[in-house]
Design a protein around this ligand. Sequence first.
Ligand code: ADP
Length: 291
Amino acid sequence: KLDVKVLRYMSSDEFRVLTAVEMGSKNHELVPLTLIAQIAGLRHGGSHKIIGELAKKNLVAKIKNAKYEGYRLTYGGYDYLALKTFVKRGSVSSVGNQIGVGKESDIYIVADESENQLVLKIHRLGRVSFRAIKSKRDYLQKRKSASWMYMSRLAAMKEYAFMKVLYDNGFPVPQPIDQARHCVVMELIDAYPLRQISEVKDPGKLYSDLMNLIVKLAQYGLIHGDFNEFNILVKDNGDPILIDFPQMVSISHFNAEWYFNRDVECIRTYFRKRYNYESMLYPKFKLDVNR
Ligand code: ADP
């Protein structure tokens, strides 16, 4: 799906035109060819030929509305622009296998200039129904006609910002490396999601590590909001790493206690059902979170 060959065989004129489509998208849902030519600074005929080539490579899509013929950037084109930025900065120099398809993202193994393996997470909002996303994410409620590009870029920026704050404060999350457009580059964690682990060596230890993590986060002012077996990787030594936090809320949120209890309950239920592990001990918002 992420066609790396396209990256190699792209002329500078093609790149100019693609960038022009992106710039035009800021105030046009459908970017008119005349505007594309104007931004790219090419003759109209020149842009026409090049945009045809970009369309063939699925980097832009040609769309006709009632008034005019225009183009919009595709996810492929947006991926290309983000990758180009990472390559220029040296944070990515090659793209490897896809290792995950999340609900709202694609995950690839990539390598940087020094051949360190990293993870590239490409946010793909708008792939599931808009309503489903809208109900979950407060920042969208402020913007009625948010486009998929805008939503995905916002998700990536938010993820990178949270990951940086958490990482810098000693929380077990992947090290954030770089961010551009709808993409985040981060440390590759050598571990499997809790969901895929049928036998945990010491369920009591992992259970209390996870509960402590929920409490530590809350003492820091944050509630994960979706603390579940898909978002937790467990390393060989048993240590958990939190990989995904799209719905983080503040402990001053009016429903904070409800979110906190839901995260706690999610882990309790999972350990009971999956590992037949139950503990009398679990954190309580009022007792364990100093406000
Ligand atoms: P989504 O939010 O779309 O569900 P996730 O961030 O949860 O995407 O990632 C989906 C899958 O990709 C995870 O279950 C995990 O297997 C893998 N993954 C994501 N980030 C990393 C990482 N930093 N290191 C290793 N594997 C990862």
